[in-house]
Design a protein around this ligand. Structure first.
Ligand code: G6P
Length: 615
């Protein structure tokens, strides 16, 4: 993870770098640092543990000036070496070169041993420091910063987005991308690099999206891009649709809260132009989609975190409605095993960011197979590495999601997967026109239904108070609601640090029931469906163990109130597609309000990052 930013411009670059770091804080927030070149070409560096505000304050308190036209900066999510000033980037070698890095240099130990023998001194425990020494070494013979960087990166194994400056070359910033995101921002008064466009949206809307292996040489008025052998190459300039207001908090206290309440609009935007009143447009998945979907015999979904949970829900729909065998697996496992893969498999990669390292590695792995397979990514970021790797792409139009705990990305992924289920079902003649019309009707009602469910916030806020002294919780559901229970448990543990587990309700008796006592609340999701009576029996089992129960039910489920049970009628009469989406909402609100009570950092929970671009 980590976020990097840098650039060279006619004005003072420091406020631009600090503002960009704040926008990149979702990528890591355990320490941060900045380095600029002063007027007499001396490095001026400041590093600080904790949030960007600490760094900003430190710079203000420094006697030396940070006014400069060139600089690079970084916020860190620690991999090698604890969060500390000495491990914070930028790193410097011999007062000549400085580097910021997002990614991991996997062969750093070997390089470090070699560099130590050559007399290089290490001042941190990071893998990154080998980058700066390696470039320094090549600079001695090459006398050209781009060439030195190009030679050095040939020795690196792993992933890297790197920004480099040197006081011997004070008019250029050099950047390299390999398996970590990196973009160039083209401004009126200078040019910039960053891990994503959000960091630069206050400066420019013109971006170049670098590809793996690209090396860029950036001056105030010039940008040259080279391939890994230093041959000049051209990359397209694109205009971003992102608006700076989209990433401000407005009247909300936290991004997570804002994003929960944006869901009606996010769903509406995701469905727009993709459905009519009665049907789903197959072309929404690309002009070749129908042809491809008609050929497929299996589906393999691959994703991480919340996106994986969306995949688990989709399995119920794709098998139950479109009647096509579907497997779901977390990317970090899939990429390293030797799965049996059949011809005519559609691989679906789900990712909010499109930059998750494990998901990207998985798509690259399957593309190399000598098999007749197809790839589709469902992603929230149009210009991400994932969308560039896949044959078919379907964009969720959730808008920027800043809160580390994913909310609107999840529900828009579900809406997208619902559309996919219908289109695949139609391609295989498994869905009738009436069935399609019923599903589409439910989807069209979603924004209104979500708005209605959001009105339960006050009730859920009161309920959240009962979690004040709780350290464990169990979520249960049956069928696709097990996947929603998993998402509910993930949200609660991510932001309130309560140990939360989710189980298929019928599985409780095979072990987890031993955990249940009066201090372990059980949260159940009870839509009105064929499994409701089974769930009611499971609730009886829980009641007998004295646990406090919270049940989010369909009004028609009519769960009989028992001692220690709070029933929240959440919705009424939903179909198999709409129910999981609607029942997600109260669980998001619950975890948000429990986090407020636990006084955690809701948008930037400890140890987590929004976009995990390292293994
Ligand atoms: C991180 C985030 C999660 C997210 C997961 C997958 O762990 O903290 O919220 O679900 O990455 O991210 P992606 O961008 O691939 O959906």
């Amino acid at each position: 993870m980590c976020g990097i930013i840098g650039g060279i411009c006619r004005n003072n670059i420091t406020p631009i770098l600090i503002d960009g770091l704040k926008k990149l804080e979702y990528r890591g927030y355990d320490s941060a640092g900045i380095i600029v070149l002063t007027k007499n070409n001396k490095f001026n560096r400041s590093r600080s543990v904790g949030k960007i505000n600490n760094l900003e304050q430190k710079i203000k308190n420094k006697k030396t000036t940070f006014e400069s036209k060139i600089g690079i900066a970084h916020n860190r999510w620690a991999t090698h070496g604890e969060p500390s000033n000495r491990n914070a980037h930028p790193h410097i070698c011999n007062n000549v070169i400085s580097v910021v890095h997002n990614g991991i240099i996997e062969n750093f130990a070997k390089l470090k041993a070699k560099q130590k023998k050559k007399g290089y001194k290490f001042t941190s425990d990071t893998d990154t420091e080998v980058i700066v020494h390696e470039i320094h070494e090549y600079l001695q013979s090459e006398k050209n910063l781009v060439k030195a960087v190009q030679k050095a990166v040939k020795n690196f194994e792993g992933s890297y987005g790197i920004g480099v400056i040197s006081n011997q070359y004070p008019n250029q910033v050099v950047a390299v991308k390999n398996n970590s995101p990196l973009i160039i921002g083209i401004g009126k008064d200078g040019n910039f690099i960053a891990s994503d466009q959000m960091a630069l949206i206050n400066v420019t809307k013109k971006f170049i999206y670098l590809k793996d292996g690209d090396i860029a040489n950036i001056g105030i008025d010039s940008i040259s891009i080279f391939d890994k052998n230093c041959n000049p190459i051209k990359r397209q300039t694109k205009i971003s649709k992102l608006k700076s207001g989209q990433i401000s908090l407005g009247n909300y206290k936290h991004y997570m809260q804002k994003e929960i309440f944006e869901q009606p609009q996010a769903i509406q935007d995701t469905l727009e132009s993709r459905i009519t009143k009665k049907s789903v447009l197959a072309s929404a998945f690309g002009y070749q989609a129908e042809k491809i979907f008609s050929k497929i015999k299996h589906i393999q979904i691959i994703a991480c975190g919340t996106s994986y949970n969306a995949g688990l829900v989709a399995k119920y729909w794709l098998e139950g409605i479109a009647k096509i065998s579907t497997n779901v697996e977390v990317a970090s496992e899939y990429r390293y095993r030797n799965p049996i893969i059949f011809d005519d498999t559609l691989f679906i990669f789900i990712s909010q960011s499109g930059e998750t390292a494990d998901t990207l590695a998985a798509i690259k792995t399957v593309k190399k197979l000598d098999k007749k397979i197809y790839t589709l990514s469902i992603c929230n970021c149009a210009e991400s590495s994932l969308t560039r790797e896949s044959k078919l792409t379907f964009l969720t139009h959730a808008g920027p999601e800043i809160g580390v705990a994913s909310t609107k990305a999840f529900t828009t992924q579900l809406a997208s997967l619902a559309l996919l289920t219908v289109v695949i079902g139609k391609c295989h003649n498994k869905i009738s026109k009436q069935q399609e019309a019923k599903i589409v009707d439910g989807l069209n009602k979603l924004p209104g239904l979500i708005s209605k469910t959001l009105k339960q916030e006050e009730q859920i806020k009161q309920l959240a108070k009962t979690f004040k002294n709780k350290f464990n919780a169990i979520f249960i559901g049956r069928g696709s609601m097990h996947a929603i229970a998993m998402e509910g448990a993930l949200k609660l543990k991510e932001i309130s640090y309560i140990h939360a587990e989710a189980y298929p309700a019928g599985e409780l008796k095979h072990g987890p029931i031993a955990l249940i006592d009066k201090d372990t609340p059980v949260i159940a999701i009870a839509p009105k469906n064929d499994l409701l009576d089974k769930l009611k029996s499971n609730l009886q089992e829980v009641k007998s163990r004295g646990s406090k129960m919270i049940v989010f039910e369909d009004e028609k489920s009519q769960i009989t109130k028992m001692q220690n049970m709070t029933i929240i009628p959440t919705t009424t009469n939903l179909g198999v597609i709409t129910a999981p989406i609607i029942f997600t909402i109260p669980l998001q609100l619950l975890s948000y309000h429990v986090a407020l009570i636990k006084k955690t950092n809701v948008d930037q929970p400890r140890n987590l990052a929004k976009s995990v671009t390292v293994e």
